[in-house]
Ligand binder design. Structure first.
Ligand code: BGC
Length: 356
């Protein structure tokens, strides 16, 4: 399939050269022979520490290892800024642009403009609804939500329980999938929904206020909390602590951050989801390099873009559930360092968990 497509492309460009009416794309457009440049725009530094602490270094080593030219920037939570960075990258000779959108509309506009200038685009981690990305590289985000739901159910046990749901940003398609996945599990159990709200921009500070309100509205009748990522879990735990209930009410998370894993070791967080940045960045690098070389990329499925009414060719990786029993696997895999995780008061807990 891939081979056929390449042959067709080669034949098409040969025909253009022969007929003497080719566009620039043959010799100097950078779409052949690996002469292009890859641009990646990360979303922010506040919705999760992952983007700068895990994704950036993993992307840098994947690109360095492949010996390709690249540029990585962070939009700092500002969609206009992301559009400006994209323009700058294209002006700078980027031929493949990967973005983690801040919302689907701004992401789609960036992709459309880049596409008009002959740049191939990739959705990294978040699908841009109504966008035009050639590929989507992510984890199976519904499974992420299912793992969160299963983890919370395991921590809650078989008894009836009241659960509050703190979802991620309403503008992030992933947050929708996480929540759907979690509900698909928890709605089947003996659990009541005691309140549910999405947190704009995954903002950890707003999450504190939102959760405190939900907690008060529920009169403190809360047995478990679905928090969509480790940052939001931290916000929830701070309010549970204030009410003397940290450690008693299980809380979910995601990203296997140092803070999340420490909360798990301390018994304040029930679980997190590990999504290896090395795997995701590696998959992005492979996809982008194929595009730079004018080839099709390897995929393992498609993802439905419900707004654009199309199936986006995708690389979807497997997320892993982490509880107190297997925190060590994240360290062993290089997701966090033992040095960062086992700092200060956590040294003893690490020792007990067999982490050194
Ligand atoms: C990512 C999560 C991350 C969240 C906030 C989601 O799209 O998949 O890993 O925690 O955004 O940045």
């Amino acid at each position: 399939m891939k081979r056929t497509r390449n042959l067709v492309l080669a034949a098409a460009s040969a025909a253009l050269v022969l007929s003497g009416c080719g566009s620039d794309s043959g010799d100097d457009g950078g779409s052949e022979g690996g002469e292009g440049k890859i641009g990646v725009i990360l979303p922010d530094t506040a919705s999760s520490v992952r983007w700068e602490s895990a994704d950036r270094p993993a992307l840098e080593s994947a690109f360095d290892e492949a010996g390709v030219e690249y540029e990585i920037q962070n939009a700092e939570g500002d969609a206009d800024q992301m559009a400006t960075i994209a323009d700058g990258m294209v002006a700078d000779g980027v031929t493949v642009l990967a973005i983690v959108n801040l919302d689907s509309d701004s992401g789609a506009a960036i992709q459309e403009k880049a596409g008009q200038q002959g740049v191939r685009t990739i959705d990294y981690d978040r699908l841009t609804l109504g966008g035009s990305a050639d590929y989507y590289v992510s984890f199976d985000n519904t499974v992420v939500g299912e793992l969160q739901g299963e983890g919370l159910a395991q921590c809650l046990g078989e008894d009836e329980a009241d659960v509050i749901y703190l979802n991620g940003a309403p503008t992030d398609n992933n947050a929708t999938l996480f929540s759907e996945g979690a509900h698909s599990v928890l709605d089947e159990g003996p659990y009541e929904n005691a309140g549910e709200q999405a947190v704009p921009d995954w903002d950890n500070e707003q999450a504190v206020t939102i959760f405190e309100q939900l907690y008060t509205q529920a009169d403190g009748q809360v047995d478990g909390v679905y928090a969509a990522n480790d940052g939001l879990a931290g916000s929830v735990i701070s309010i549970l602590e204030k009410n003397g209930r940290a450690g008693e009410v299980p809380v979910t998370g995601q990203d296997a951050t140092v803070e999340g894993l420490q909360n798990i070791l301390a018994g304040d967080q029930c679980m997190t989801v590990y999504k290896s940045a090395k795997l995701e960045a590696g998959a992005l690098a492979e996809t982008a390099i194929a595009l730079v070389n004018g080839e099709d990329a390897e995929t393992n499925g498609t993802t439905e873009d419900v707004d654009g009414d199309r199936e986006v060719p995708s690389v979807l990786l497997d997320p892993e559930s982490i509880t107190q029993d297997n925190v060590k696997t994240v360290v062993d895999d290089g997701g966090v360092t033992a040095e960062d995780l086992c700092d200060g008061e956590f040294a003893e807990m690490c020792e007990e968990a067999g982490i050194s």
